[in-house]
Design a protein. Structure first.
Length: 377
């Protein structure tokens, strides 16, 4: 049997969930939508108002007593999200409604560990000063992490970056609870809450195609949580046996052929030009650059088709900076994927939003800590 407290907790969560999906709601609508009694709705909403989690606004009415509309506070209990990625740094402040209050991106100018940490600290400090209602910091990190200890174990993209205790460092410096998430997991959360094509979906994958290739899985309607230190490594599946050397220690990994960095490196090796010239060369119709992209497209098609064949997911959603740099590539990846499948597949493409992983990191924390906020746990 549920105790009174458990019952109240359950009802409060019901009310919070209904409010999270709506701009604003009256008490009467809340009662209808939650199936709770008028008395329960009144007493719980009074408590939420008192804690500042909810605010009330008078509704304009022609006569009689104006009804109040309730909204989750847009300015209190904010979360700061930071995506640390070799393609750039992204900082967002997200409110309880899951909306972005402030957003800033910084280029990755220096990937040396100490310099990078300095940039992260300075920008974090600046945003905390501008938003005094931030209650937590959420880091979205590429590479290998330990979810339990909050340590970024390694990434092949930053110099000297090994076993960096990000959570400990941030908590010590800013005295705010800090969480560390793997970036594809954050991207999955972002899309599950923002992409109507994924509504009601239970099984699928989100693949991030940037300098690296990351992947997260939705299983039975929830983010599939792998072990503390493991994750889905589509980028390190073998695309070419005994192929190009990968920073992970193996040879022939997909990432060395089909990630942005992999393609830049192939271009540098074959043309003798600087790696950063790859994109420009492509835009100017350079044959070699086009061949490299075509090779990447073919290999991505095979990898994604294999993923469909292995797991029969309801969808695979592709996202990342690859599409910002080569907008036409999705069509080609889709064609290549279908060439390697006999059945139909639901391959989706997200319009690229640089700050999506940082927002997703906040959304994970909002979902996981709602009860703590609501009940001062
Ligand atoms: Zn590898």
């Amino acid at each position: 049997m549920q105790t009174n407290f458990e019952l109240k907790r359950h009802n409060t969560m019901k009310i919070f969930e209904v409010m999270r999906g709506r701009e604003s709601v009256s008490r009467k609508e809340l009662a209808t939508l939650t199936g709770l009694s008028w008395g329960s709705v009144s007493s719980i909403s009074a408590e939420l108002l008192q804690k500042g989690i909810v605010i009330a606004e008078k509704e304009a009415s022609a006569g009689g007593r104006p009804a109040e509309r309730l909204t989750l506070s847009p300015t209190q209990f904010l979360q700061l999200g930071i995506d640390i990625n070799s393609v750039g740094l992204s900082f967002v402040v997200v409110n309880l409604q899951g909306k972005v209050v402030q957003s800033e991106t910084l280029p990755m100018e220096n990937s040396d560990k100490d310099d990078l940490l300095k940039v992260l600290y300075t920008q974090t400090e600046k945003m905390l000063l501008q938003n005094s209602s931030i209650i937590g910091i959420n880091l979205s990190m590429q590479g290998k992490i330990n979810r339990k200890t909050g340590v970024s174990l390694r990434t092949n993209f930053f110099k000297g970056w090994k076993n960096v205790p990000l959570v400990e460092l941030f908590e010590k410096k800013f005295s705010l609870p800090t969480k560390l998430y793997h970036d594809p997991d954050c991207l999955l959360y972002y899309h599950m809450q923002n992409d109507p094509r994924l509504t009601g979906k239970n099984d699928g994958f989100v693949v991030r195609l940037d300098d690296g290739i990351g992947m997260a899985r939705l299983l039975n309607g929830k983010l599939y949580e792998t072990g503390d230190e493991t994750s889905f490594e589509l980028g390190h599946t073998i695309a070419v046996q005994d192929g190009r050397a990968c920073a992970c220690g193996k040879h022939g990994c997909l990432e060395t052929y089909a990630s942005l960095r992999g393609m830049r490196e192939i271009y540098q090796e074959k043309s003798g030009q600087n790696a950063v010239a790859f994109l420009d060369a492509f835009k100017h119709g350079d044959m070699l650059a086009h061949e490299i992209l075509q090779g990447a497209t073919k290999r991505l098609g095979v990898a994604i088709a294999n993923l469909f064949t292995l797991s029969a997911p309801e969808f695979i959603l592709l996202d990342g900076g690859l599409f910002a740099q080569f907008p036409a590539i999705f069509q080609e990846i889709e064609t290549s994927t279908r060439e390697n499948l006999t059945d139909d597949c639901n391959l989706l493409f997200a319009s690229y939003k640089r700050e999506a992983p940082a927002i997703g990191a906040c959304l994970i924390t909002i979902e996981k800590t709602t009860e703590e906020i609501l009940f001062d746990l």
